[in-house]
Structure formats: C-alpha cells, structure tokens
Design a protein around this ligand. Structure first.
Ligand code: NDP
Length: 450
C-alpha cells in the first residue's frame, strides 16, 4: 500500500511512498542483526569518526534537511533550522562520547572485578511526528555510539527527514544494515518491532496510551524499553518574579511548534496577587506571535499536523477563552493561539492537548503552587519564575518532574539528561545519561589466586 505525505500548511501531497508491512520490518531486523557483530567490533575511535562524519554531513545538508522538516511538519523554517543544528550537535556529542563511557574496577577479595558496557544488539526506535529528526537523533546517537544496530520507524505522517538521514548515514560510511529506516504504520511496523524476538530494546517517544501498549508488548520478550511520553507541565510564576520577562517567554513555551511539544508548559500557574497583571502581559505577548507561512523567516507558529489532530484540539476547547488569536484563511490545518482561564480540575488542565492552548490557573502560596503543579499524572518538564533563590530550589526539589528550568523555559540541551517522572515515562535521553539506555552492564571477576 502506498502512503501520501502531506504538507500541513497547504494540504498538498509532497511525496508518495510504499508502506512497509511485517515482512519488510522482519527484513530490516535481519539486516540489522547481520550487521551487529561487525559494528560492535569497530574500534571506538573509528565509530566516533563515522558519527562525526554523519554530524558533518548533517551540517552540510542543513538547509535541505530544515526545508524537508518544515514542509513535512508545517513547522516554521527558523525553528526547523535550529532543530537540524541540534541534530548535528547530538551526533558530534555522541561521536565524542564513544570512548568516554568507562567501566569500573571494584575492590573484591581474591581477584579483580571489572565492569563493561556491552551493546544490546538490534534496537527498534519508534519516533513521533512533532520533532521527527531531532527525536530520532536523540536515540540514534547513543544507540550507535554504544555499538548497537538500529531499525528506525518514523511516524507515518513525517517520514521524509528520517529517510534522508538514512541516506546520509550511508554516505558517511556507516555500514549498510547498521541504520535501517522502515516507513509504515505504528500498528504494523511498530508493533512488529515491539514483538520481534531479535529486537533487544525499544526506544519510544509518543503518546502515553501507545507507550503503555509498548510496555505491555515488550514484556513478552523482556525487552529493554525507554518511554518518553506525554506531559502537562506547569510554568509556575511567583509574584516576586520578573513578570515582564516571564510573560514575554511564556507564549513560546506553549505555542512553539503549535503546542505539539511534550515539554509544553501548557499550565501557567500564577500567584493570585500578580494574576491580573500577568494575564494582561501574557495576552499582549501572545498577540505578537507571528502565525503563518512556515517557509517565511519571520513566522513563529505554523499549522497543526493534520485535520484529525486539529479536530482533537478543537474538541478540548469548549468554553470561553481569555484570548483567541488569528490564523491564515484557506488551506492548512490551522488552529489559533488560545488562552483559557481554568482550574486545575478542568479537562483543559488535565489532558495533554498537544495544540496551541494554554490554561491559566491562579494559586495562593508556595504550598498551593506545588500541590497544583504535582496534581497531574504527568511529570516531564516545568518552569519556576521567582527572584527568591531559596524558594526556586525548594520548589524545584518538590516538583515531581524530570526536567526543570528556573527563570527560563528551556528543557532540552545536548549534554544534559532529558526524560520524565510518572506517566511521562522513564529512562533518560541526551547527555552521558543517554548511553545508559543503550548498553548493558556486564560484571567480570578475574581470580588472581594460584
Ligand atoms: P502515537 O503515540 O500514536 O505515535 C508515536 C509513534 O508510535 C508513531 O511512530 C506511531 O506510528 C507509533 N505507534 C502507533 N501505534 C503503535 C503501536 N501499537 N505499536 C508501536 N508503535 C506505534 O502518537 P500520535 O502521533 O497519535 O499522537 C497522539 C498524541 O500523543 C498527541 O496528541 C500527543 O498528546 C501525544 N504525543 C506525544 C509526543 C511526545 O513527544 N511525547 C509525540 C507525539 C504525540 P504512526 O504514527 O506511524 O502510526
């Protein structure tokens, strides 16, 4: 069966591809399995060199990859350029990390005890449509650095950048079979990877619902799994914060990527005494977001990924709004920036809307802020805005979330760990922590007696 890939900003077809089924998935796993012994045996320095070449090729194809991503996801070209820059940096980082994840020697009686980090084998990487190339690189970098071979399944809606990356990997000299990209449905290709006896691990990013089924599926073969799932993160603004700065930054923490971001700070919690002033500043800042043609350098927000997703987002916003922005007329899966005054019990504050919709929620004091922020099944990211350093750290320690920023909304850096608490998943990506999920600790005891 063929698959038509759309540009969400124009609804035009930009590619038609053959969809893989179970047989093609099995063939990719066979290739990855066959390539594994030679790839794990490549010397660390040479594996690093090959990843470095891939990073350099991504840099050389920077504009091409950014355009593919912008057209396929509908994301503004300026954001897509930043993301491709990060992809190159991720491969540079893991190129340098190949020979820096050391084992240990442990004092024991009668001999020497040492640990090794062994690759797992074939890993299945299942990625979503919101940051297709970025999220692929967060998994590919550590997986390849550790000596695993890979079958990468991009989302059906956004397979184009992963396919191009697969070509660049070959051009970089990474041997055939080491990185295999398989385009097809999650319920077919993804499910087969989850079940396949020769796949040692699944690295998954996507919805909590599918993450749950992946976790159930891997139980049958006791595969390793890391899950990076949904979020409903809180942006906590205390009255003593630099309110102008916090309000100017807040819209980008929700409306960036049209809100299709697991790290979106989609619950904005504001101390009651500063609430009215903050609300005014927030609306003014949101009004200035440039929504429109993703190929224009000045655009800050594009459309949603699909008509179906737009219907889902619209279905969650059912009451009065504090602010509702404009969108271009005509074709495209547009949805306006929307701010809703809410309580934490409202549906809009509980569900991951995954669209440009922010819930503005007042709180009374520090204890109330912590209680509301933690009152969610998720725990991925979040922010704390205050000029009181002690309070900032107290609240940071009290929040049940994996990635926090103080007086900032940025979550993701190449060299620092990223991942969730609670139903936002487990396992860490990026930084040196990312390597833990793609290697197994082996303990070896060597007797020196006799
Ligand atoms: P999904 O969780 O359905 O998709 C993520 C990936 O999993 C895709 O590659 C998908 O394939 C694949 N997949 C789907 N079903 C299975 C399965 N049974 N076994 C294995 N893999 C599978 O996310 P959606 O794209 O449907 O988005 C739905 C919601 O999920 C969003 O509205 C948002 O709330 C959340 N989400 C969270 C993300 C995050 O970054 N944490 C990213 C994306 C979504 P395919 O799409 O090709 O069918």
């Amino acid at each position: 069966m063929s698959l038509t890939v759309l540009n969400p900003a124009t609804e035009e077809a930009i590619a038609t591809l053959e969809q893989a089924g179970v047989d093609e998935t099995d063939a990719a796993v066979r290739l990855a399995h066959a390539a594994f012994p030679a790839w794990r045996a490549v010397s660390p320095a040479d594996r690093g060199r090959l990843l470095r070449r891939l990073a350099t090729l991504v840099e050389e194809h920077h504009e091409e990859l950014a355009r593919i991503e912008s057209e396929n996801v509908g994301k503004p070209i300026s954001g897509a350029r930043g993301e491709v820059g990060m992809v190159a940096d991720v491969f540079h980082f893991y190129a340098g990390a190949v020979d820096k994840k050391h084992g240990e020697t442990i004092p024991v009686a009668g001999g020497i005890d040492m640990t090794f980090r062994e690759p797992l084998g074939v890993v299945g990487l299942i990625v979503p449509w919101n940051f297709p190339l970025n999220i692929s690189s967060w998994k590919l970098g550590p997986a390849l650095a550790c000596g695993n071979t890979v079958v990468l399944k991009p989302a059906e809606l956004t397979p184009l950048s992963a396919l191009r990356l697969g070509e660049l990997a070959l051009e970089a000299g990474i041997p055939e079979g080491v990185l295999n990209v398989v385009v097809g449905k999650g319920s077919v290709v993804g499910q087969r990877l989850v079940e396949h006896p020769d796949v040692a691990k699944i690295g998954f990013t996507g919805s909590t619902e599918v993450g749950r089924s992946v976790m159930e599926g891997v139980a049958a073969t006791i595969k390793r799994v890391t899950l990076e799932l949904g979020g409903k993160s809180a942006n906590v603004v205390f009255a003593d914060a630099d309110l102008e700065k916090a309000a100017a930054a807040a819209p980008y923490a929700v409306f960036d990527n049209a809100g299709q971001d697991c790290c979106a700070r989609s619950r904005i919690l504001v101390e009651r005494s500063a609430y009215d002033r903050f609300a005014d500043l927030l609306v003014a800042a949101t009004r200035s977001i440039v929504v429109g043609d993703p190929s224009s350098d000045s655009t800050e927000m594009g459309p949603l990924i699909s008509a179906q997703h737009r219907d889902t987002v619209a279905g969650v916003v059912d009451g009065a709004t504090l602010y509702r922005g404009e969108t271009p007329a005509g074709k495209g899966f547009w949805y306006p920036c929307t701010i809703v005054e809410a309580s934490n019990d409202d549906r809009i504050a509980r569900e991951e809307v995954f669209g440009p919709v922010a819930a503005l929620i007042p709180f009374d004091d520090e204890a109330d802020a912590i209680q509301i922020a933690n009152d969610t099944p998720y725990g991925l990211s979040g922010s704390i805005w205050t000029q009181n350093g002690s309070r900032a750290l107290r609240v940071a320690r009290a929040l049940d979330t994996g990635v926090l920023s103080i007086n900032s909304n940025s979550s993701v850096r190449v060299s620092t760990p990223f991942g969730g608490f609670k139903q936002s998943g487990f396992g860490r990506e990026l930084g040196m922590h990312g390597l833990d999920g793609y290697s197994e600790v082996k303990n070896v005891y060597y007797s020196t007696e006799g």
